[in-house]
Ligand binder design. Structure first.
Ligand SMILES: NC(=O)c1ccc[n+]([C@@H]2O[C@H](COP(=O)([O-])OP(=O)(O)OC[C@H]3O[C@@H](n4cnc5c(N)ncnc54)[C@H](O)[C@@H]3O)[C@@H](O)[C@H]2O)c1
Length: 332
C-alpha cells in the first residue's frame, strides 16, 4: 500500500511515515517545510510544497497513481501564534484543507485520515471525555481543527470521500529508533521545560498546584508519539472496515485512557535522569487549563489499538532525541 503523508516532515508526520515503512506501507511525503525538516524526509519519497498546490498534487498523483489514502497532518500548531494570527491559521489549516480535499477528490483518493486534537473538547466535571463529549475549542488553533473536522464530515456525507479524524491527546517522546523527534527544543511544552530545567540544573516549576486533581497539578493524557504513529497504521489498514458507506465519517480519540498529572510526569522524568531534577510548586499561568483524558475504548474496538509505551518511555525517548538533535539537525 502507498499513502500520501501531508505534513510528513513534521514531528508526528515523520514518525507516522516511519511506522508505515516498518509495516510495509510506502509513505509519499508532501510538506512545505514551514516547520518540517528535510532531514526527516531523506531516503523517502518527498515532494516539497503546499497542500493547496493543485499542480504539485497532480504531479504527485501522476507519479504515484496507486496512492490508496491520504494522512493529513499538515497544519500550523502553535496556540499563542494562532491567537496573534487567526487569519493565517484559518487560511492554512482550514482554507488549504479545503483545497487539499478538492485535489484528493479530483484524483480519486477517497480515504482521508485527519490529525485532529483533543483540545477541541469541553472537559466534563470528572475531567474525562469521549468522542461524544461536547466540543468547545478555546483557541483559534483548536477552532481550525474543529472546523476542518466539520468540513470532512460534510464532504464525507455528500461525496465518495470518506474520512477518519484522529483526536490526539498530548504527544510526548520520539521515535524509539531515534530516526526523528521534535524539530526544535520546545520550551513551551511541559516535556521541553523539563528537559531545559534538567540541562540548566534549575528547578522545574509546577504551573499551578491548586487544580481540582489528585495532586493539585493539571492533568493530561500523555501519549507516546510512537503509539500515535502505530494508530495511523492501524487506521490505514482497517480503513474500509471502519469507515463505510453507512458511516463515511468516524472520530477516534487517541490517548492512553489514564490521566497523568504534571507532577507525575515530572516524577517520571526525574526517574529517567536518576533524580537529577528539582521539582518545585509554582503559580498557575494565564490561559492554563486543568486538562482532560480520554475514557473512550473506541480506538481499541475499531482499530485494535492501545498504547504500549509509558510516560517513562516518553521521557526517556524525548531526552535521548534531545541529545542527538544538534548532530542531526544543527543547533536550533
Ligand atoms: N503536537 C501536538 O501536540 C498535537 C496535538 C494534537 C494534534 N496535533 C496535530 O498533528 C499534526 C502534526 O503536528 P506536529 O506536532 O507534527 O506539528 P509539526 O509542525 O511538526 O508538523 C506539521 C507539518 O506540516 C507542514 N505544513 C504546515 N502547513 C503546510 C502546508 N500548507 N502545506 C504543506 N505542509 C505544511 C509543516 O512543515 C510540518 O512539517 C497537526 O495537524 C496538528 O494539528 C498535534
Amino acid at each position: 500500500m502507498k499513502v500520501l503523508v501531508a505534513g510528513g516532515a513534521g514531528y508526528i508526520g515523520s514518525t507516522v511515515a516511519s511506522a508505515c515503512l516498518d509495516r510495509g506501507i510506502t509513505p509519499v511525503v508532501l510538506d512545505d517545510l514551514s516547520t518540517g525538516r528535510e532531514e526527516f524526509t531523506r531516503g523517502r519519497l518527498f515532494y516539497r510544497g503546499d497542500i493547496a498546490d493543485g499542480a504539485l498534487l497532480d504531479r504527485v498523483f501522476d507519479d504515484h497513481p496507486d496512492l490508496a489514502a491520504a494522512v493529513h497532518l499538515a497544519a500550523r500548531i502553535v496556540v499563542p501564534e494562532s491567537v496573534a494570527d487567526p487569519l493565517g491559521y484559518y487560511e492554512n489549516n482550514v482554507g488549504r484543507t479545503l483545497d487539499l480535499l478538492g485535489h484528493l477528490a479530483r484524483r480519486g483518493c477517497h480515504r482521508v485520515v485527519f490529525s485532529s486534537s483533543a483540545s477541541i473538547y469541553r472537559p466534563g466535571d470528572d475531567l474525562t471525555v469521549d468522542e461524544d463529549s461536547a466540543l468547545e475549542p478555546t483557541s483559534p488553533y483548536a477552532r481550525t481543527k474543529a472546523m476542518a473536522e466539520q468540513v470532512l464530515q460534510d464532504v464525507a456525507a455528500a461525496t465518495p470521500v470518506r474520512a477518519m479524524s484522529l483526536r490526539y491527546f498530548n504527544p510526548v517522546g520520539a521515535d524509539p529508533e531515534l530516526r526523528t523527534g521534535q524539530q526544535v527544543a520546545n520550551g513551551s511544552h511541559v516535556m521541553g521545560r523539563l528537559i531545559e530545567a534538567h540541562r540548566a540544573g534549575t528547578p522545574f516549576v509546577l504551573a499551578g498546584v491548586d487544580w481540582p486533581t489528585r495532586d493539585g497539578t493539571g492533568i493530561r493524557d500523555y501519549v507516546h508519539v510512537w503509539d500515535l504513529a502505530r494508530a495511523h497504521v492501524e487506521a490505514l489498514l482497517r480503513f474500509d472496515q471502519v469507515v463505510t458507506a453507512a458511516q463515511p465519517y468516524q472520530v477516534v480519540n487517541l490517548g492512553t485512557g489514564r490521566g497523568t498529572t504534571v507532577r507525575e510526569l515530572a516524577e517520571a522524568f526525574r526517574e529517567v535522569v536518576d533524580g537529577r531534577l528539582e521539582i518545585v510548586d509554582g503559580p498557575r499561568r494565564p490561559g492554563d487549563q486543568v486538562g482532560s483524558y480520554t475514557r473512550s475504548r473506541r480506538a481499541e474496538q475499531l482499530l485494535g489499538w492501545s498504547t504500549e509505551l509509558s510516560v517513562v518511555d516518553g521521557a526517556r525517548h524525548s531526552l535521548e532525541w534531545d541529545r542527538l538533535r544538534p548532530a542531526r539537525l544543527g543547533r536550533s
